[in-house]
Design a protein around this ligand. Structure first.
Ligand SMILES: Nc1ncnc2c1ncn2[C@@H]1O[C@H](COP(=O)(O)OP(=O)(O)OP(=O)(O)O)[C@@H](O)[C@H]1O
Ligand SMILES: [Mg+2]
Length: 377
């Protein structure tokens, strides 16, 4: 895949209303869908989101938490009931005609002509958008499809189609790229390719909003993240900070006589549990204290590792929900045994959601049923 950074320099700048304007700024976004028999469903419940320019920002939330609805509202594909949205300081949807050419988005699986080659598909799109023909080969190079450009799209793998979709959005040289679950259905190699592509674009100055319910994906590629749950914002920050906020304070200790060491540490007042050959010591303010206590009894530590929180446990702590592969419609659903969700590995009970005004838990809904609802737009 070619270095995207070198090829994005010619992008003309967005007409920012202020040089410091965030790429995306959403306040108090509400959207209620009508479903059959007069039932209503609150998809967005006062959602806030700020994405600073020039970075890859993760938009993370369980299935049904409102990510796609937010993106569709931003792009004028669905009308919000309330709230304000700005792209580079311009209020949307009103100013969309002015800013849309600076925005690239892959929201639903884009349709290409399957019998046409990747290059021909892009040429058609370029022609419609008034983009110079040579840009087609540039974007094919950026997404690493140049060598397969003459093949029919029907012969492309899912990952290649996804890259072609991203190539299509790059035709206009966007300043902001919005990708809704770009890794859906991709194998690890495809995920890696899309990840490298996103990084390359961000290094070239493009702001990327990546929506996902896959924690590891956000952890690996994003600089910052916003977590949403039930149509509300839960937390935003640099990925490292969001993780640090959930740091457990536990320390993993490897020592030869683990049983004796456990007794010594317990006598010293530290909560200890065994994990195979290892000890997990909790509530440790200063890990060096563990080494001192054990060394006094001639027990020498060969490993001392603070256990940092992964995004999964932070996410779970913050939202009270967790994504479960192969299941959907788990918005606000309690994380409990018997519902098919995996148990917490730390043995703690699931915490209640931290947001103040959490409504009653929804029952699981099938997505097909969800999508039968009528859009009020
Ligand atoms: N057109 C629609 N009609 C009725 N309900 C809808 C419609 N679009 C979305 N919803 C509902 O709004 C809620 C939010 O859906 P949305 O697709 O925004 O979630 P999401 O976070 O993108 O989920 P996923 O991770 O599964 O893609 C869901 O309960 C969904 O069923
Ligand atoms: Mg979605």
């Amino acid at each position: 895949m070619a270095a995207a950074a070198t090829r994005l320099g010619s992008r003309d700048t967005v007409p920012a209303s202020s040089t410091t304007a965030p790429a995306i700024e959403i306040q108090g976004l509400r959207k209620t869908f009508r479903r059959g028999l007069g039932a209503r469903h609150v998809a967005l419940d006062g959602l806030d989101l700020v994405v600073e320019p020039g970075r890859v920002h993760g938009f993370l939330g369980p299935n049904g938490s409102g990510k796609t609805t937010t993106i569709r509202a931003l792009l004028g594909l669905v009308r919000a009931d309330e709230g304000t949205m700005r792209l580079f300081g311009h209020q949307v949807p009103e100013a969309l005609p002015d800013v849309i050419r600076h925005i690239g988005a892959v929201v639903e699986s884009p349709q290409f002509f399957p019998h046409f080659s990747g290059r021909r598909n892009l040429r058609l799109l370029a022609q419609t958008a008034g983009v110079k023909r040579r840009r087609v080969d540039e974007v094919l190079e950026i997404v690493g499809l140049h060598d397969r450009a003459k093949d029919a799209v029907k012969a492309y793998s899912l990952g290649m189609r996804q890259r072609l979709a991203i190539a299509a959005t790059l035709l206009k040289e966007p300043s902001l790229l919005i990708l809704d679950e770009p890794n859906n259905g991709l194998d690890p190699a495809g995920i890696r390719e899309v990840r490298d592509l996103m990084r390359g674009l961000a290094d070239g100055g493009v702001t990327v909003l990546l929506s996902s319910h896959i924690l590891a994906e956000v952890q690996q590629v994003c600089d910052s993240v916003s977590i949403v749950s039930r149509g509300r914002h839960v937390v935003t920050g640099p990925v490292a900070e969001v993780l640090a906020a959930g740091a457990s304070g536990d320390v993993r200790v490897r020592v030869e006589d683990a049983e004796y060491a456990a007794t010594v540490l317990t006598e010293a007042g530290l909560p200890v549990r065994r994990d195979g050959e290892l000890l997990i010591v909790s509530d440790v303010a200063d890990p060096s204290w563990i080494t001192q206590v054990l060394a006094r009894r001639r027990l020498f530590v060969s490993e001392l590792t603070p256990i940092g929180a992964d995004l999964e446990s932070v996410f779970l702590d913050l939202t009270g929900t967790t994504p479960v592969p192969g299941r959907s419609g788990q918005v606000g659903e309690p994380f409990a045994a018997g519902l098919g969700a995996p148990p917490r590995t730390d043995g703690k009970p699931p915490p209640p959601p931290r947001h103040a005004t959490a409504g009653p838990a929804e029952t699981p809904q099938r997505r097909e049923a969800d999508n039968d609802g009528q859009d009020r737009a």
